[in-house]
Ligand binder design. Sequence first.
Ligand SMILES: [Zn+2]
Length: 117
Amino acid sequence: MAVRNDFDSLWHKLSEEVMSGMKEWRLRHPKATLSEIEEALDERLSKMRARMLEDLALASASANLNEAEVHCPECGSRLESRGRKVRKIKTHHNKEIKLSRAYAVCPQCGASLFPPR
Ligand SMILES: [Zn+2]
């Protein structure tokens, strides 16, 4: 899988959804209190935040193992790729992000490597 770094159009769309969504919300809630407005805004921003976090995490080089370079931290043997695994992580406002990462196993000692970042 190629490193994802073409966020511009996606993020632009996300931010427009937040902004137009808030404008509509405000029209539908003309008597909202400051804390109600804040809550509605935080809900939308946290959605955008989770998505950006996911994209940024997956763009990092650590999301992909370079097989030629990766050796077992325990015994130094060359690791075998086991494809990718998805890890779900909860972030602020209980938003879930999914990180897909390369996963490798050592054929000698059975150690597994799952990039922690
Ligand atoms: Zn090993």
